[in-house]
Ligand binder design. Structure first.
Ligand code: GLU
Length: 417
């Protein structure tokens, strides 16, 4: 079978919903075409005095419902096709949870582990200056994604503020608390997954307590999802993995201990003395109630979907299941809760952060958690209702909810001029 590009894959998901909604070809074209795509090539002075040129992207897919919103990733494999797909997903994600944002995404083609702290800071500041013409608290608000963090957001905020000559807290989210970050932003994507996991279990008439889970990826999303599932829902997390491999314990892993180990061990779980070492592939095929792929896209494909034994897949990452894999999983009766619903907790608390920054008034963690739970639960039931109405899968239902909201905004605003 020919492998689809990531954006093509995303379009296939969209098409399934568009067909049920009977969208005309011109509306389909309008809603799928990215509004703006910026490529920047920029130099960075390396520590040894040499100059290296890097390539970065910022794609704004759609801004019908509000400013563009979405993270920035640093990865050696990042390319325009990937960033375009990620921006596209942000549009539907923001619409599904009802945030007044459009979708965007950015990336720099770089392996940040090869840079010194100084090189990383210079790269961040130069990249952000390069994309600044299309960025701003009212235009496009970046955030963390794969391999970017709150320190990087602090440099982005400072760079923009220095260039503009006033402090602009609301230009990025995911910042440190000291400079306009929000309580609960760090855990937000993981907490959203934990909320969705509980809701889907309730919806299916099951109890989440004592179910088993495997989590692929142990970065911000995977580690908080694993921690909150185990600590707040009594889920037995039997396996977790990162780029160095996976650890399995049928009795359940101690996630808190694993996080502490990772933080003292250069950010990886390699060498953790307990549990059994298994491969990433084996983790994806474990017989568990809940599988959370929380790393990168395209990990469950036509090649391995048939071997997946989990009953429910909750997409922590963006695009971890390909369109072909979706078909196989649907046939097997495996429920997939899609990225544009399941991992929307991150951007939801980003929205809260932006609101706090614009008002210069900050909430406590209880307010953030309460507001997040309310939004995630409502989004879940909005999608579940449409799923029953159209007798379709969760992903297609989520697209239907998102497309309906974006198209309504487009219709009301009309076509300029
Ligand atoms: N990068 C996250 C995502 O894919 C968060 C985006 C944001 O907070 O703007 O949803």
């Amino acid at each position: 079978m020919e492998k689809l590009g990531i954006f093509q894959n995303a379009l296939k998901q969209f098409d399934k919903a568009a067909e049920l909604l009977k969208l005309s070809p011109d509306i389909k074209e309008l809603l799928t075409t990215p509004k703006r795509e910026l490529i920047v090539n920029f130099p960075v002075r390396m520590d040894d005095g040499s100059i290296k040129v890097f390539r970065g992207y910022r794609v704004q897919h759609n801004v019908a419902r509000g400013p563009a919103k979405g993270g920035i990733r640093f990865h050696p494999d990042t390319n325009l096709d990937e960033v375009r797909a990620l921006a596209f997903w942000m549009t539907w994600k923001c619409a599904v949870v009802g945030l007044p944002f459009g979708g965007a995404k950015g990336g720099v083609k770089v392996d940040p582990t090869t840079l010194s702290a100084g090189e990383l800071e210079r790269l961040c500041r130069r990249y952000f200056s390069e994309i600044q013409p299309i960025i701003g608290p009212e235009a496009d608000i970046p955030a963390p994604d794969v391999n970017t963090n709150s320190q990087i957001m602090a440099w982005f905020m400072d760079t923009y503020s220095m260039n503009k000559e006033y402090p602009a807290l609301g230009v990025v989210t995911g910042k440190p608390l000291e400079i306009g970050g929000s309580a609960g932003r760090n855990e937000a994507t993981g907490r959203g997954i934990r909320i969705i996991a509980e809701e889907i279990m309730n919806y299916l008439g099951k109890n989440i307590k004592n179910t088993t889970a495997a989590v692929q990826g142990f970065g911000n999303v995977g580690s908080f999802a694993a921690l909150l599932l185990s600590e707040e829902c009594n889920v037995k997390v039997v396996a977790v993995s990162d780029v160095t491999g996976a650890i399995y314990d049928p009795e359940g892993l101690n996630i808190k201990e694993l996080i502490e180990y990772r933080d003292k061990n250069k950010g990886v779980i390699a060498g953790y003395p307990k549990g059994q070492k298994i491969s990433n592939e084996e983790l994806l095929e474990l017989d568990v109630d809940i599988l959370v792929p929380a790393a990168l896209e395209n990990v469950i494909t036509a090649e391995n979907a048939d071997r997946v034994k989990a009953k429910i897949i909750i997409e922590g990452a963006n695009g971890p299941v390909t369109a072909e894999a979706d078909e196989i999983l649907n046939k097997k009766g495996i429920i997939v809760v899609p990225d544009i619903l399941a991992n929307a907790g991150g951007v939801t608390v980003s929205y809260f952060e932006w609101v706090q920054d614009l008002q210069w008034y900050f909430w406590d963690i209880e307010d953030v958690r309460r507001a997040l739970a309310k939004i995630m639960k409502k989004a879940f039931y909005d999608v579940a209702k449409v799923r029953e109405q159209y007798n379709t899968d969760f992903r297609t239902a989520a697209y239907i909810v998102g497309i309906d909201r974006v198209y309504s905004a487009t219709r009301l605003r009309g076509i300029y001029p």
